[in-house]
Design a protein around this ligand. Structure first.
Ligand code: HEM
Length: 443
């Protein structure tokens, strides 16, 4: 043991409980949406627990986020449970680490550059209009599953060029694959994991067929797949077919549930706060918003942007991120050993009362440009994570949310149906327990 490690290990471990033998506190972690809040109240903003078979330290707050994001690859590195790793695939951006990860991120980012995003706008607008019309003709609906189909259809169209993806083989395979992503690693016939693994093979085959067809036709396409087929890394090399398939899969996966949750929360919170909805509508009217939408027009929707920011502050689609400790370190006087897992906390960071007054209330005004609050918030507003692993699809997500919200509020109204359970379920991403039942009509 080096002197530094000896010095470090003489420091105390963070307070907290490791729970029961073997399972630790995994069940409470999965079941309780306020798992971290309760423990933070009891132990402070850094505490230990034991989840998914590993001792884990939860670190809450802007300083902790900054420390972890800045020390990616030095003290910590990204980590996933074995099931997730196998199902995402060895070449997936999410499981890559170090310099190779950084280089691949750069390459994949070509599908999210401003020019690419602008080319996605008309498709997003068209699919949004189609869904809005469908919902209008339904009259009443359970919105959350519909919103899942909607975000998947946009992703499948813009990532692999498949229209109505949720109703095709791609959608079916994707559902089975997704169901196993965080299941137990039991590679035996009939288990959720094995079914998901079989679906992964199906998905890869499908992506391979689409790619081959494009190559044969000499038209690579202008969606994300087309962009990635033409992309080159720093050495001028393109992605191999195997890697391309894994990368397409991670793009389909990373944006699906997260974006659905953000949009559903927007629908819920604006239904509960009609005064906010009125202000969004007033802004749309003031800007004379009409089809077709343009990037310039969307950028002018500053109040809508505040609302969307506040939606993701209050109900962040991703609760936090996990890292593995690759080098022991000290944080706030505590020893964090090598091999332990660290979680940065998005939910609790966004509830910090010193930064967000009245942090439990929905108040888009807190993000108004004239308030100074905004400036003091480095690493305190992190719905998309941060540092080297910040969300790659952040601008894609922000674009889709703005298009959806703008088109929805300008032409439609919706009302929450009575006697439904609006309590938030957090798995796979936050959504109301009964799926958000609404009456939906044209304004
Ligand atoms: C509101 C919607 C979204 C939210 C809240 C969100 C949130 C996040 C967060 C918190 C991370 C970092 C996880 C970590 O630190 O370990 C992340 C990573 C990622 N996101 Fe998103 N995301 C959203 C939408 C999307 C979309 C639409 C795409 C792609 C189409 C996407 C692609 C990715 C990818 C590829 C990564 C991994 C980046 C890496 O490991 O370098 N996300 N996202």
């Amino acid at each position: 043991m080096s002197t530094t490690t000896q010095k470090l290990s003489s420091l105390p471990l963070p307070p907290g409980s490791l729970g029961l033998p073997i399972i630790g506190e995994s069940i409470s972690f999965l079941k309780e949406r306020n798992f971290a809040a309760k423990r933070q109240q009891k132990y402070g903003s850094i505490f230990k627990t034991h989840i998914f078979g590993r001792p884990t330290v939860v670190m809450v707050g802007a300083e902790a986020n900054q420390f972890l994001f800045k020390n990616e690859n030095k003290y910590v590195t990204s980590t996933w449970p074995k099931t997730t790793r196998v199902l995402l695939g060895p070449a997936s951006l999410s499981v890559q680490i170090g310099d190779f990860h950084t280089s691949r991120r750069k390459l994949l980012f070509q599908a999210f550059q401003p020019r690419a995003l602008a080319s996605y706008l008309p498709t997003m607008e068209r699919i949004t209009a189609e869904y809005l019309q469908q919902w209008e003709s339904s009259g009443t609906l359970t919105w959350y599953p519909e919103l899942r189909n909607y975000t998947f259809d946009i992703a499948s169209s813009l990532i692999v060029g498949i229209e109505n993806g949720s109703k095709t083989a791609l959608g079916k395979l994707f559902e089975e694959w997704g169901a196993g992503l965080f299941s137990l690693f039991i590679p035996l016939p009939g288990t959720t994991f094995s079914k998901a693994l079989r679906s992964r093979q199906g998905l890869l085959k499908l992506i391979g067929q689409i790619t081959l067809k494009r190559q044969q036709q000499g038209n690579l396409g202008e969606d994300a797949l087309g962009i990635l087929l033409q992309a080159r890394d720093e050495d001028g090399n393109s992605l191999s077919l195997d890697e391309l398939k894994d990368q397409i899969l991670v793009l389909l996966f990373a944006g699906h549930e997260t974006l659905t949750s953000a949009i559903a929360s927007f629908c819920l919170l604006t239904a509960q706060h009609p005064e906010v909805l009125e202000k969004i509508r007033a802004e749309q009217q003031h800007l004379s918003v009409s089809a077709p939408l343009t990037m310039e027009k969307l950028k002018q929707m500053t109040y809508l942007e505040q609302v969307l920011k506040e939606v993701m502050r209050l109900i962040p689609p991703v609760g936090g991120g996990f890292r593995e400790v690759i080098e022991p370190f000290e944080f706030n006087g505590y020893f964090i050993p090598k091999g332990w897992i660290v979680q940065y906390q998005i939910i609790q960071t966004h509830k910090d009362r010193e930064i967000y007054q009245d942090s439990e209330s929905f108040s888009p005004e807190r993000f108004a440009a004239e308030t100074t609050q905004e400036k003091q918030k480095a690493f305190a507003y992190i719905p998309f994570g941060g540092g080297l692993r910040e969300c790659l699809g952040k601008e894609f997500a922000r674009l889709e949310m703005r298009i959806f919200a703008s088109m929805l509020v300008t032409s439609y109204e919706w009302e929450l149906l009575p006697e439904q359970n609006l309590e938030m379920v957090s798995i796979p991403t936050p959504h109301p327990r009964d799926g958000l039942k609404v009456k939906f009509r044209r304004l």
